[in-house]
Design a protein around this ligand. Structure first.
Ligand SMILES: *[C@@H]1O[C@H](CO)[C@@H](O)[C@H](O)[C@H]1NC(C)=O
Ligand SMILES: *[C@@H]1O[C@H](CO)[C@@H](O)[C@H](O)[C@H]1NC(C)=O
Ligand SMILES: *[C@@H]1O[C@H](CO)[C@@H](O)[C@H](O)[C@H]1NC(C)=O
Ligand SMILES: *[C@@H]1O[C@H](CO)[C@@H](O)[C@H](O)[C@H]1NC(C)=O
Ligand SMILES: *[C@@H]1O[C@H](CO)[C@@H](O)[C@H](O)[C@H]1NC(C)=O
Ligand SMILES: *[C@@H]1O[C@H](CO)[C@@H](O)[C@H](O)[C@H]1NC(C)=O
Length: 501
C-alpha cells in the first residue's frame, strides 16, 4: 500500500514536471517571437529615425559605393570611379573591414562589399551613398557560378592541401585577393573543398562519366545548384543578400546588435517586413541607384548624376602640389596588377583634407576636361576590355570542370520548381528589387527634366548639375505650365474670334 502510494506520488510529480516543462517550452517559443519582434522593431525604428539632413542629390565629400556582390559594381569601379578619383583619394583597404578606418583618413571614395552599418564609421552628413541592384534570381545564379569559377582555378593543384597552401602564400603578400573579402572568403573555400572532394571521388570510382546534360546539375563534377542554395552557408550569406546589405544586417555587420536582429529575422520570416522597410528608406536616401539589367541607362545616369558632380568638385577646388600622394597612387596601381584576382583593389594612401585636392589627385577625367559624354565614351571602351579578360578567365576556369559550362542556354535547363524555390528564398530581395525599379524610373525622369532645363538656361550642364535640386523640377514644371497656358490662351482667342465671325 505504502509503496503503491510512493509510486503514485512519483507518477504525479513526473506528470507535473513534464507538463511544466512543456508549458515553459511553449511560452519560451512565444517569448522568443515576442522578444525577437521587440528587438527587430527597436532596430527598425532607430534606423528609420536617422534623417539625412543634406540634399541627397548633391554629391558630398565622401562617395560610399555599397557594392552588392555580383551586380557589376566592379566595372563601375574600374571604368568610372578610377577615372574620377585618383588612387590617393580612395579609402585605404576599401574591401577589408578589419583594417579600414575611414573616419580618420580624409579619403573621398569608399568602394566595398561591407554593408550599410559602415555608415556608423563615417560622417553621415558628409557621405553620399550609391548602389546597384540586380534581379535576385540572376544574382544567385551569378554567385553560384562565381564561387565555382574561382574555386575551380585551384584545380591545377594535385590536392587540397597544396591548393590551400598556395592561396595562403598569395594572401601573405600585401595584396587583397577574392579570398580575403566577404562573402567570397566563405564561399570560395567551401566550394574549393567540395570540388576537390568530388574530384577525389571520381578518381576512386575510376573516372565515372558525367551523364547529366544540365550544367547546373553535374554532381560528379560540381555541387549542384539545388544543393548550393539549400546549404546553411548560402542561407547565411546569399539569400536576400541585397536587402541585408542595404539594411546593414549581413553577417559581416559592424554593429553587434545587428547579429541579434539578423538571427530573429532568419528565424521568423514575418519580421522580414521591418528589414525591407528600412532597406527601402535607405535606397530612397541614396544619391544614385543603378540596375544591373538596365546597364546602358544605368551607366549614363551614373555619368550624369555622380560623374559630373565629381568632376566639378575637383576642378572647382584649389590645387596643392602633394607629391606623397602621387607616389602612393603609383604604389596602389602596382599592387593592383599583382592582385590574385584583379577583382578587388587596395590602396594605401596618405590622407588629405577635403577640398585640398592636388593636381596629382585628380583622376584622368578631370585632367582631360572631362564631361559626362566623354566619360561615357571612356567607360564604353573600358568595359569592353574588362569584359574580354573576365570572360577569358571564366572560360579557362570552367574548362577544368567540363561539362559544367555555365551559359545562358544552360540556365534554361534549370527546373521551374528550382527557380520558384530561389524566388521564395529571396522574397525580400524580390520586393526590394521592384522598389529599386521605381526609384530608377524616377531618377531617369529627373535626369531628363534636368537636362532640358539646363539646356534652356544655356549654362554648362556639368556645373549646373551640382546646384540641381527640386528647383530644377519647379522651373521645368513652370515652363510647361506657361507653354500650356499660352496654347490654351491662343486656342481660346481663336474660338472667340471664330464666334465673332
Ligand atoms: C599534395 O600534393 C603535394 C604536391 O604534389 C604533395 O607533396 C603532397 O604529399 C600531397 N598531399 C597529399 C595528402 O596527398
Ligand atoms: C558568416 O557566415 C559564414 C558562413 O555561414 C560563417 O562561417 C561565419 O561564421 C559567419 N560569421 C558570423 C560573424 O556569423
Ligand atoms: C615622390 O615622388 C617625387 C617625384 O615624383 C620624389 O621627388 C619624392 O622623393 C618621392 N617621395 C617618396 C616618399 O618616394
Ligand atoms: C601602408 O604601407 C606602409 C608601408 O608599405 C605600411 O607600413 C602601412 O602600415 C600601410 N598602411 C595601411 C593602412 O595599410
Ligand atoms: C582644359 O581646360 C583648360 C582651361 O579651360 C585648358 O587650359 C586646358 O588646355 C584644357 N586641357 C585639355 C586636355 O583639353
Ligand atoms: C562553354 O560555352 C561557351 C558558349 O557556348 C563556349 O564559348 C565555350 O567554349 C564553352 N566552354 C567549354 C569548356 O565547353
Amino acid at each position: 500500500m505504502r509503496q503503491k502510494g510512493h509510486i503514485f506520488d512519483g507518477f504525479v510529480i513526473l506528470v507535473f514536471l513534464l507538463s511544466v516543462s512543456t508549458i515553459t517550452k511553449a511560452t519560451e517559443g512565444k517569448d522568443g517571437f515576442k522578444q525577437c519582434e521587440h528587438i527587430v522593431k527597436q532596430w527598425a525604428s532607430s534606423s528609420l529615425d536617422l534623417e539625412v539632413k543634406n540634399d541627397k542629390h548633391v554629391l558630398q565629400n565622401l562617395l560610399f559605393f555599397l557594392h552588392v556582390p555580383r551586380t557589376g559594381g566592379r566595372t563601375y569601379f574600374h571604368c568610372f570611379l578610377k577615372k574620377l578619383y585618383a588612387s590617393s583619394l580612395e579609402c585605404p583597404r576599401s574591401y577589408d573591414k578589419l583594417r579600414i578606418d575611414p573616419r580618420k583618413p580624409k579619403c573621398r571614395l569608399l568602394v566595398t562589399h561591407d554593408d550599410y552599418s559602415m555608415m556608423n564609421k563615417l560622417h553621415k552628413d558628409e557621405t553620399s551613398v550609391v548602389t546597384i541592384l540586380r534581379n535576385p534570381i540572376d544574382r544567385v545564379f551569378s554567385a553560384y557560378e562565381f564561387s565555382v569559377e574561382v574555386a575551380a582555378r585551384f584545380l591545377v593543384h594535385p590536392n587540397l592541401t597544396s591548393a590551400t597552401k598556395m592561396s595562403g602564400r598569395l594572401r601573405s603578400k600585401n595584396t587583397i585577393s577574392t579570398l580575403d573579402i566577404w562573402p567570397w572568403k566563405y564561399l570560395v573555400p567551401w566550394m574549393r573543398e567540395d570540388l576537390f572532394a568530388r574530384r577525389e571521388a571520381r578518381e576512386q570510382n575510376g573516372h565515372s562519366v558525367v551523364t547529366s546534360t544540365n550544367p547546373y546539375d553535374t554532381k560528379e563534377m560540381v555541387m549542384p545548384l539545388h544543393e548550393y542554395i539549400n546549404n546553411p552557408i548560402a542561407r547565411d550569406i546569399i539569400h536576400n543578400g541585397a536587402t541585408f546589405q542595404v539594411a546593414g544586417l549581413t553577417n559581416n555587420s559592424y554593429l553587434t546588435e545587428a547579429h541579434d536582429v539578423r538571427h530573429c529575422v532568419l528565424k521568423y520570416q514575418s519580421l522580414g517586413d521591418y528589414v525591407l522597410k528600412v532597406a527601402k528608406k535607405r535606397l530612397d536616401d541614396m544619391l544614385y541607384v543603378g540596375l544591373t539589367e538596365n546597364h546602358k541607362e544605368s551607366a549614363t545616369m551614373f555619368a550624369n548624376v555622380v560623374g559630373t558632380q565629381a568632376i566639378s568638385q575637383f576642378t572647382g577646388s584649389t590645387s596643392h602640389g602633394d607629391h606623397t600622394a602621387k607616389n602612393s597612387s603609383e604604389q596602389g596601381s602596382s599592387l593592383l596588377e599583382s592582385d590574385f584576382d584583379t577583382t578587388y583593389h587596395h590602396s594605401n594612401s596618405t590622407y588629405q583634407k577635403p577640398n585640398q585636392i592636388s593636381a596629382a589627385d585628380q583622376g584622368e577625367a578631370t585632367k582631360e576636361n572631362m564631361t559626362a559624354g566623354k566619360l561615357m565614351d571612356a567607360y564604353e571602351s573600358c568595359i569592353s576590355n574588362l569584359r574580354k579578360t573576365q570572360s577569358e578567365r571564366r572560360v579557362n576556369s570552367l574548362k577544368k570542370i567540363d561539362p559544367a559550362n555555365f551559359t545562358k542556354e544552360g540556365r534554361r535547363q534549370v527546373s521551374e520548381a528550382l527557380l520558384q524555390e530561389m524566388t521564395s528564398l529571396n522574397h525580400l530581395d524580390v520586393e526590394l528589387y521592384k522598389y529599386a525599379q521605381t526609384i530608377f524610373a524616377n531618377q531617369h525622369k529627373r535626369m531628363l527634366v534636368n537636362k532640358v532645363v539646363t539646356n534652356q538656361l544655356d549654362s554648362g550642364f556639368d556645373d549646373s548639375y551640382r546646384a540641381f535640386s527640386w528647383e530644377a523640377i519647379c522651373i521645368a514644371v513652370s515652363v510647361v505650365f506657361v507653354a500650356l497656358f499660352a496654347v490654351l490662351f491662343v486656342t481660346a482667342k481663336r474660338r472667340t474670334s471664330k464666334l465673332k465671325l
